[in-house]
Design a protein around this ligand. Structure first.
Ligand SMILES: *Cc1c(COP(=O)(O)O)cnc(C)c1O
Length: 228
């Protein structure tokens, strides 16, 4: 894992250099979903503290096995509204906030926990029906609604690009997210800084389009086995 992590960091640095960006501009979020707690333990020994996960059930299980490490969990997968309570208890940050009922449920649960969290709004930049995310045109109104919730600090946007061999189609998704972020910032939302976009297969393209963090699973942890 150490070698794969070093290789990912090197590729990130190269992509930054190619884009004329400073290497420190782009964070790597290791995505440990489907990998065992032992893999998280190994990564933690290499200095990693934050891990991307898709499901609250899996976070709860790993958190139990890793209680001595207290990793920070970042939720990047679709969150059912009835799991907001688990997220409020277990998760440091949600990057997959994509609808108002979920925001309301999270806010209510966070109030009970007496805490706030950073969130990213997941935006649908790809036409694939399988992808979650808010339609980009709905962003301004959604952000205005979120202004009313003290427990959710909106820090930026997240997206998944289209799954396609066509690099231009993939890049167009990332570019769209950046353009929305830039437009919203210009319209008076300076707190929208972060762009979480790019995974193992496409992160160089995301960095070229302005990603501030890339979510990397298999390139760090190895081949993922989804089981059945
Ligand atoms: C699984 C996942 C990733 C990481 O995917 P890899 O291809 O393994 O790097 C990134 N983002 C989201 C939303 C994911 O679900």
């Amino acid at each position: 894992m150490e070698a794969r992590l070093a290789q990912v960091r090197q590729r990130v640095a190269q992509a930054c250099a190619a884009a004329g960006r400073a290497a420190g501009d782009v964070q790597v979020l290791p995505v440990s979903k489907t990998f065992p707690a032992q893999a998280v333990r190994e990564a933690a020994a290499l200095g990693i503290r934050r891990f991307g996960e898709s499901r609250t059930q899996e976070i709860r299980q790993k958190a139990g096995e890793l209680a001595d490490l207290q990793p920070e969990w970042v939720l990047i997968g679709h969150l059912q509204t009835n799991k907001a309570k688990d997220a409020a208890r277990l998760v440091a940050e949600v990057q997959s906030l994509d609808r108002w009922p979920l925001a309301e449920a999270l806010d209510a649960r966070l109030q009970r926990e007496g805490r706030a969290m950073d969130v990213l709004v997941q935006v649908k930049t790809s036409p694939e029906p399988s992808k979650f995310g808010l339609e980009p045109e709905a962003l301004p109104a959604f952000l205005k609604q979120l202004d009313g919730l003290d427990t959710l600090r909106v820090r930026g946007l997240m997206t998944l690009a289209v799954n396609s061999p066509d690099a231009e189609a993939v890049r167009a998704c990332f570019r769209a997210l950046r353009q929305w972020r830039d437009r919203l910032r210009d319209e008076g939302r300076p707190q929208l800084q972060r762009l979480s976009m790019g995974m193992s297969g496409d992160f160089e393209l995301a960095i070229a389009e302005g990603a501030t963090e890339v979510r990397i699973g298999s390139a760090i942890f190895g081949q993922r086995d989804y089981g059945d």
